[in-house]
Structure formats: C-alpha cells, structure tokens
Design a protein around this ligand. Structure first.
Ligand code: ZN
Length: 315
C-alpha cells in the first residue's frame, strides 16, 4: 500500500507531462498511421516505445524527501544487499549461497517488489552468486553487471546459462561504469581497476552510491590489491566491509581513507574462516566507525533521506 500511495503521488506530480505525452502520441498515431492492418502494427510499436519513455521519466525523478533504504540481509557467510533507491528503482548486490536464495526472494517480495532493476554479481564465488539463478528466474530483471572474470565452477556456469535462458545480457562491471546519475543520486562502479588478478576476490565490483550528502560503499570481497588501485574518493558514511571482515582486506590506510561512520560486516556465525578478523574490527572502531555484523545483529537496515542516517537491526 505504501508503494501504491507513493506511486499515486508521483502520478499526480507527473500528470501534466503524462497528458502532454499522451496527446502527442495520440496525434502521431491518428495522423501518421491511419487505419490499414499493416499500419496498425506499426502504430502499436510506436505506442509501446512511448510507454517505455514515460516509465523512464519516472525513474529519473526523485520526489522531495524520498529515502534510500539499504538492507544488508543476514545470509550467513556470504553477501546479499538489497537497495531501495530513492527514485523507486531497486538494486541487488549479490545473492548469497544457493541455499539462502528463497529467503532472499521472500525478503524482497515482503517489501513489495517483484522487479530488480540492477542486479550485481560482484565476483564469481558461490557465497555471492550461488543464489543468483533463482533470483533471475523469480524476478523481473533490468540490467545485470558482473566483472570479466573467468571461473569454471558449476555455480558460475549455471548462472551464465540462466542469464542466456532469460534473454538477458551482462554489462561488464569495471572502474568508470556509471549505473545511475540523476538528480542527487549517483551509483558508480569504482573497481576493478585491472584486467588480471591472481585472486578472484580482487575482480569484485566495488559500488559507490552517493545520495545528496550521504554515501555508501560496497566492497564485495575486494582485497588490499584492489583497495590500493582505487583512485576514486572512498570517504563514505557507510561501508560494507570487504571480504567478510577478513584481514586480506581493509588495510589500515584504506580504513583511514574511508573514515566511515558505520561499518557493516556480512558474515556467518562460527564460520570456518574465522571471519571477521579482530584486527579489522578494531581498525574500523578506532577510525571512529560503529561496527555492525550480520552474525550478531541479523538483518541490518540503513535508511537515509540524503541528510540523516538511521540504522535498525533485526537482532
Ligand atoms: Zn565472499
């Protein structure tokens, strides 16, 4: 219902535009494509195109006071972050292991969404892309971003097949790719910066979101090698810590540059890797960040209107 009300108010705001475009479309259809059966087919295509344009104009418009809501979903040892963008679009960064895919799907549906506009597979490890085929098969998907990394794992092969089966394409995730740049909202890919790494983790797509005066960084499993290559300003309010808090990531100099208020670690309780590293946790704490962990706090939700930040947790 909340979404419906929001949509209605957007509709009111856009009503004049809508009527204007509708009248133009009607004139075009009646004027240019009158009444034989062939011509009718052409006019249908024209109508469809215009409908798409109208929908696009909604997503490039942010209503006053709209919020970004970032859900760090508790998927155990793995990552899955669902983002309600302030322009009413949605983004999913990773989808955990395959055994949590239905939980993620239910979580997103419970929020009232059936479409994921931007789906990002940070890198081809199973704790990030394991649940992605299920998500693609169960949601309407807009664009998919993944880095150009080679993996011969069954999970990765499966995912590529699912993408082809659903007539979707992959846009390469790498530094310099802008996902969204409208009003006061920017979503950019700031890593990987190289084409070749010895460790798959460093291929991780690193995403930076800036909404008005607040900013978010999502590190995937990027390690120190990738951190050192990033030229973009990484000082943000909220960071999704790289590689589940492992000491392979979050070097002292990087943590200092990030200078976050909140550091979120997506990590499984009693995991076999001993994540997160105590050093990494205290590094963030002594940089002034409050640390939240999915193993201790459950689902972590950060909400912002672009000026304020609010954190809520399920535990
Ligand atoms: Zn991982």
């Amino acid at each position: 219902m909340r979404k419906l009300r929001k949509y209605r108010s957007q509709l009111r705001n856009k009503k004049l535009n809508f009527i204007g475009v509708f009248v133009i479309v009607l004139i075009c259809i009646l004027g240019i494509f009158p009444l034989s059966s062939n011509e009718k087919e052409v006019s249908n295509d024209g109508g469809l195109e215009d409908t798409v344009k109208i929908e696009d104009s909604y997503s490039s418009y942010i209503i006053e006071g709209a919020k970004i809501k970032v859900h760090y979903i508790d998927v155990g040892e793995g990552d899955s972050i669902f983002i309600e963008l302030p322009n009413d679009m949605t983004m999913l960064i990773d989808a955990g292991e395959s055994n949590v895919s239905s939980y993620i799907a239910e979580y997103i549906r419970d929020l009232g969404y059936f479409k994921i506009d931007y789906l990002i597979g940070t890198h081809p490890h199973a704790d990030h892309i394991g649940g992605m085929s299920y998500i693609i098969n169960n949601f309407v998907i807009g664009k998919i971003y993944m880095p150009k990394a080679i993996s011969t794992s069954k999970t990765y092969e499966n995912l590529l097949n699912t993408i082809v089966d659903n007539n979707l394409k992959v846009t390469t995730a790498k530094v310099g790719v802008s996902i969204l740049n409208i009003d006061n909202l920017r979503v950019d890919i700031i890593a990987p910066n190289s084409d070749n790494y010895s460790d798959l983790n460093n291929y991780s797509a690193v995403i930076k979101i800036v909404y008005k005066n607040k900013s978010f960084l999502f590190m995937g499993d990027a390690e120190r090698v990738s951190e050192d290559e990033i030229k973009t300003d990484v000082s943000v309010d909220v960071i999704k810590v790289g590689h589940h808090g492992s000491d392979t990531s979050s070097s002292a100099s990087f943590v200092k540059k990030v200078n976050a208020k909140y550091a979120i670690i997506s990590v499984g309780a009693d995991n076999e890797y001993n994540h997160p590293s105590e050093d990494v946790v205290s590094r963030f704490q002594s940089s002034g960040a409050k640390v939240y962990r999915t193993d201790l706090n459950g689902n972590i939700i950060v909400t912002s209107d672009g000026d304020t930040l609010e954190v809520t947790t399920s535990k």
